[in-house]
Design a protein around this ligand. Structure first.
Ligand SMILES: [Zn+2]
Length: 78
């Protein structure tokens, strides 16, 4: 599919692609350059501490993974 970039640098993501990926207006996207390619992907929030994405628990509007949660639990208390 060929899309043209407008004079403000914007590109429309085709509706079919948005539906396939479950993208809604306002959703965050990762935008990266890989060689001569521009790669746009849905941003999935990982663990606040390690960036991992395995078993995430929400805490105060942040995500924490089970491994980091375990490390915090094992921290000595003053
Ligand atoms: Zn983590």
């Amino acid at each position: 599919m060929i899309k043209k970039i407008d004079n403000l640098g914007r590109v429309v993501v085709p509706k079919g692609y948005r539906l396939m990926l479950g993208l809604e207006p306002g959703d965050p996207l990762d935008v990266e350059v890989e060689g001569d390619r521009l790669v746009i992907a849905p941003h999935h929030e990982g663990c606040t501490f390690c960036g991992g994405a395995s078993t995430l628990y929400p805490f105060l509007a942040k995500n924490i993974c089970s491994e980091c949660l375990e490390q915090i639990r094992e921290m000595p208390t003053p």
